[in-house]
Write a protein that binds this ligand. Structure first.
Ligand code: XIL
Length: 332
């Protein structure tokens, strides 16, 4: 049977999977699936600030290197995730850096990572999750150490630094909770579009919006028209759209495994049908591979409350393909 990457490629779409070094080491079938099924690897944690630069100016990129090398050696591309994010920060980043200190830290961090992998990254998530969670506050930007020290300009600066160090990578703003037909997600879409508008008007070198795609039906209904018109609005700014972290939280689905898997497949089918109907959507990456190794159960906001293991991924805990894999294959 053709791989997901081959099915996607036939439609001009890049298909990839996130993988961590721990997973590659501890669960060999995961790396095997990733290499057989995808055209792109995304280091799941290894490029995050606390992993990449645990001490001020002290970089630790062995784990990231190993994954980028694994991708290269097998003919896969790599996405860099992520340069600027309010989570996974070393403690010294959270202690109120001055404007000058933050400015220095940002340019050293971004310059070092982007130069190291220059020419080898398909794209970089330059800024991750910049929008205020409820989308409600003035300006719509999340309060982070970066915003506190540099104001909104931290975003433009981060893109400029990345572009300077790696002119070829597709520089991306990555964001979540953009797909549901609810007022609060509508505000998040509006805040995202406002920000993208400002960046494009200022000629910031951004080329894509990453939509994470952590599907969570408990957050509200999915309306394909609402989602597609958002994607069209992004595309009309001259930007590509990437689905960067696809998976599905099944916390409100029935306990019965077959019913749960059907519901997850159906929900994902509708989501991908809407997204892939838009010609600006050229990339789909899943955030994980098998239910045995999921971030969803490690996170109180996404795990089930009945104690059952979540089933958010394309392969089950024994690495067998699930209906969700079928839904993704058929979407291409
Ligand atoms: C998650 C990882 O998968 C976990 O292993 C880690 O403990 C926390 O972060 N949005 C993102 C990703 O942009 O970086 C997050 O990854 C999941 C949510």
């Amino acid at each position: 049977a053709p791989s997901l990457a081959a099915l996607a490629a036939a439609k001009g779409i890049v298909f990839g999977m996130a993988l961590t070094r721990d997973q590659a080491r501890d669960a060999p079938p995961l790396a095997a699936i990733a290499l057989a099924q995808s055209a792109m690897l995304v280091p799941g944690n290894e490029l995050k600030w606390v992993r990449a630069e645990p001490g001020l100016g002290r970089f630790a990129l062995d784990d990231a290197d190993a994954l980028v090398d694994l991708a290269d050696a097998n003919g896969l591309s790599t996405r860099g995730h992520t340069l600027v994010w309010h989570e996974a920060l070393p403690a010294w980043m959270e202690t109120g850096l001055s404007r000058a200190e933050m400015s220095t830290a940002l340019s050293r961090h971004i310059g070092t990572l982007c130069r190291r992998y220059a020419g080898r990254m398909h794209s970089w998530d330059v800024v991750n999750e910049a929008i205020e969670p409820s989308g409600a506050e003035a300006g719509g930007l999340r309060r982070t150490p970066f915003l506190a020290a540099l104001g909104e300009d931290y975003i433009a600066r981060a893109f400029a630094l990345a572009a300077e160090a790696d002119p070829d990578a597709i520089l991306t703003l990555n964001e979540y909770d953009l797909e549901r037909d609810t007022d609060w997600q509508a505000r998040r879409r509006a805040a995202t579009l406002d920000l993208l508008n400002r960046l494009v008007r200022q000629r910031v070198p951004i080329r894509a919006l990453g939509i994470q795609g952590h599907l969570d039906p408990a957050k509200g209904p999915f309306n394909p028209e609402v989602f597609r018109s958002f994607i069209r609005a992004v595309a009309s700014l001259g930007l590509s759209v990437f689905i960067t972290e696809l998976d599905i939280t099944d916390r409100t689905f029935p306990a019965d495994v077959a019913a749960r898997d059907r519901a997850a497949a159906e929900e994902t089918r509708a989501y991908l049908a809407a997204a892939l109907a838009e010609p600006s959507v050229r990339l789909v990456v899943t955030w994980g591979i098998s239910d045995a190794n999921s971030w969803v159960d490690g996170n109180p906001g996404t795990r089930r409350t009945d104690g059952l293991a979540s089933r958010p991924h394309l392969y089950d805990a024994a690495f067998r393909p699930k209906p969700l894999r079928g839904a993704v294959a058929e979407a291409f």
